[in-house]
Design a protein. Sequence first.
Length: 696
Amino acid sequence: PQCLRVNEFNHSTIPQLNHFFLDLFPTGSSVFCGRKPKPTKAIDLSVIIVNYNVKHYLSQCIHAVLRACEGISAEVFVVDNASTDGSVEMLTERFGDRIKLMANVDNPGFAKANNQAMRVAQGRYFLLLNPDTLVAEDSFRACITYMDAHPQAGGLGVYMHDGHGSFLPESKRALPTPWVSFYKIFGLANLFPKSKRFGQYHLSYLDKQDSHEIEILSGAYMWMRKETLDKVGLLDETYFMYGEDIDLSWRIIQGGYRNVYFAGTKILHYKGESTKKGSLNYVKVFYQAMIIFAKRHFGGRNRASFIFAIRVAVYLRAFLAIMQRFVKRFGFPMLEGSMIYGILYGVQAYWAHYVKYVVGGEYPAVFMQLYMPVYAAIFVGFLALTGAYKRPFRLRPLLMAPVWGFIAIATATYMFPFIQNFSRAIVGLGAVFTSLLGLGLRGVINWRENGHFFFTERSRKRVLLVGTDAEVDDMISLIRSELDYPVDVVGAATAGNPRKTNRLGDPADLSSLIRLFDVEEVIFANRQSSAGSVLAQMQALDGMAVEMKILPPEDAVLIGPQTIITPQVGRGMSEALRRPEQQRQKRTFDLVTSAFLLGSFPLLFWAYEAPTRAFAALISVLRGNNTLVGYSENPPADAPTIPPGYLALPDRLQGDKTSGISPEALNRSYAQDYRWELDLEIVWRAWRRIGKGMRE
């Protein structure tokens, strides 16, 4: 058989076969796909890729690797660490015998997985490559030529850029000694990047366009000489993830070899896809790896000071990460809320002096200290509910949110006597100025980011396609049919003398086309176009405020930084309920509306069709056990998950007009088109039926 799973063999029934494979794979936990032929000639390069649940990035990576291996003697290993996204099946079906697949049934970690392949690899050079990378067609030949000409080079790293074309500073690094780490942790490296003292961590004082001798290689693209590894050993398996590249890089230098940053080729690294680096868990795991490194390679006072600095860094980075998330999520609403309070304070001062208390007097302190902060919070809440903080900014939420806020405040003061009504005029004027404030703030942000104050009501990004005629056809078909990707294609940039009527210009003019046609996203094709040309075009756009995606070979997907647009997700782009922000809006709507209905229950209980059950239903919604509006019947398994609802989309209509529509179509439509205004309309039309029966 082509694929054999070692730990599925029965020890008692086939002991000889079992022992044979256990000798071949000592871990007893992998699948080896593809035969292991005895090499008939020397192999120049063994490429080793460790994968964990990044199927589409991996497919794009391997296509590029196989192109780069053309013309050289090479073998490609893929070690899968128990992925659950169908990676193994994709590799077997798509690449077959062109790769050597080892599929682990557990996740032994990055170091162990790489060592599995390195122990059986035959190349003169080993390349440890992340699956979220894209290499140019000449990358491997350039590295082989350089390493052959520099026999003292034991390891090599290359120029890496991210999915926005920006250079990744970890392409060249120095040993993280206590002082180097101190400069990095406390920001001195960023303040003085050209300083040879403070800029050592990323060697930022060295020109990224020139090759240099360095100390630490990046594990994303770690090229090593096999004879060097035979001398200094493989990756240290004590490290589960992170730190093993630093450890091995330092051992290469201690073994008498040099590590080199090679600027003669450039690769794309979607930093953070194969390992999510934004989490607190990353901070903990990374710095724990640094502690292991310190204990292995530093002694005495250096080790103690380094470990102390690392522990300080853990808490500092964790605190900064929490604060950064908080500010990113709540900073703008809090700023706007404080400004709305200032507006209300100014309006009441004017109203008190010129209208209410002309002959003397003032509003009580409770109005300014309690009521006005609550009013400001209500306005901010409706701004959030209507999507006023979502990019790109739209005009409608800024006009409607203050209106809804005014209605909510006026209704509450009218229906509940214990809520004192100081002045609806102040609230109304505050709503008007809140709209003007929102327009002004977002206009300034638009001007700073896009160079203009204008708002756009379009929800579709303006997209420019780059590729050959055939690739442009593929992308248009994919976007409009298979993906249903909600964008406006403004045209294409194609080389040569193309036939396309939607051609706007040449790929060499990309930056001008982006500015001229107000392009927000560029999609590059990598089917007939070379990976090298795509990488060069992406680097040329570094610094421009434009998103970038790639159409890879074979896959009907679009790949970008932390983004995969697949046919399922493409249709799900309109499945609003899959997005966390929409689910938060739905939960907020449930809380606000059910609380309002409970507050008005003593006045309106007689209007409910089942008052007792309606009261219990509203309590259940407040607790989060149910939602006011849900699916019409049991939803399909792939539908976004929400609690059982008391109302549903059919309640939007007067009378039974949905008998010919399947429940699946109704549920899909609700999930695709969800917005809080839709729930509001359904509740407005059918609130009397709440509690009468469960719709799911």
